[in-house]
Design a protein around this ligand. Structure first.
Ligand SMILES: C[S@@+](CC[C@H](N)C(=O)[O-])C[C@H]1O[C@@H](n2cnc3c(N)ncnc32)[C@H](O)[C@@H]1O
Length: 295
């Protein structure tokens, strides 16, 4: 059940999309003084070594964040520049050795009055997360919960100051995760209709993955909420044959972020950032992006 380890994938193209959106959203939400609660339903380990065992086995950051770090950063769009600056803030010297996951990105952008609730079920990641968070000495601002994030968020909605961002970033290893995401967002909207909800999902040839953004769109529209949907494709999803004739799977070719009640500023930022992600991270002629909104 728990074979997924985010360290293999830290800093890949999906993280570039997800974390660029996360940063831009949090920057907007922290402009107002009122306290914000951030709920991270699937937190991961929080910090990743890019030169560690897990990451160097797959080297996915080499096709993601490290490409952005290696290029001319003065030409980056504002949202991508802020993302690169965030990763740089966790690294001293020229080499990028550390990659911040969503808990550390969020924590860096929070003010004293804000709260961060982190859910992580995997015992190893949970231990790593708790250890990493302890070093922040953030006190009661950050809570690490060894719980199922789909269920655990319920007790925090609505939040005391009626302002929240919920990030839902499961590994989708288990097919039932897709339905759980939808149920959780449906329930959360009933508890707290004005929260900002951000769901990451993989774009893979599986009916559930294909249906999720469609269902989220229907949910948001029926609830009368604004939504924003961004996708990034870096390569073809075709399975090819290796030299020995074995099926060669391409790895994750694309992913999407679906937001309900997004910041009104986000679409314009992504309109500039997404084509740059395609240009800098695209691996073949299938690389592309989409950006749509409604409500
Ligand atoms: C994609 S990773 C999270 C990455 C993280 N959000 C980031 O951006 O840095 C998904 C994590 O969810 C954990 N997980 C799986 N099922 C869970 C559940 N029901 N509740 C909480 N965590 C879960 C996995 O162990 C894994 O660490």
């Amino acid at each position: 059940m728990f074979s997924y380890r985010h360290a293999f994938h830290a800093g890949n193209h999906a993280d570039v999309l997800k974390h660029t959106v996360l940063i831009a959203t949090l920057q907007y939400l922290t402009e107002k003084d009122a306290a914000l609660t951030v709920l991270d339903t699937h937190a991961g380990a929080g910090l990743y070594r890019l030169d560690g065992d897990y990451a160097s086995t797959s080297g996915e950051a080499a096709e993601g964040i490290l490409k952005l770090m290696a290029g001319d950063q003065s030409t980056l769009s504002p949202a991508l520049a802020d993302y690169v600056a965030m990763v740089q803030a966790f690294n001293q010297g020229a080499k990028t050795r550390v990659y911040p996951g969503s808990p550390f990105i969020s924590q860096r952008l929070l003010r004293d009055q804000d709260k961060l609730k982190l859910f992580e079920l995997h015992p190893t990641d949970m231990r790593a997360l708790a250890g990493n968070v302890a070093q922040l000495e953030a006190g009661r601002q950050v809570a690490v919960l060894h719980e199922d994030g789909f269920e655990g968020v319920k007790k925090f909605l609505p939040p005391p100051a009626r302002r929240a961002l919920l990030l839902c970033d499961p590994s989708y290893e288990i097919k039932s995760d897709y339905a759980k995401v939808l149920d959780m967002v449906t329930d959360s909207l009933k508890r707290f209709a004005t929260g900002t909800y951000a769901v990451w999902y993989p774009i893979i040839p599986r009916p559930e993955a294909h249906d999720l953004p469609r269902r989220l769109k229907t949910l948001a529209t029926k609830a009368g909420k604004n939504w924003l949907h961004a996708t990034l494709t870096v390569k073809s999803s075709k399975v090819t044959a290796s030299a020995t004739g074995e099926a060669k799977r391409p790895g994750l070719p694309a992913s999407g972020m679906f937001l309900i009640n997004p910041p009104y500023t986000l679409k314009a930022l992504l309109k500039e950032a997404l084509p740059q992600m395609v240009e800098l991270l695209g691996q073949d002629q299938h690389a592309t992006h989409t950006l749509e909104s409604g409500g």
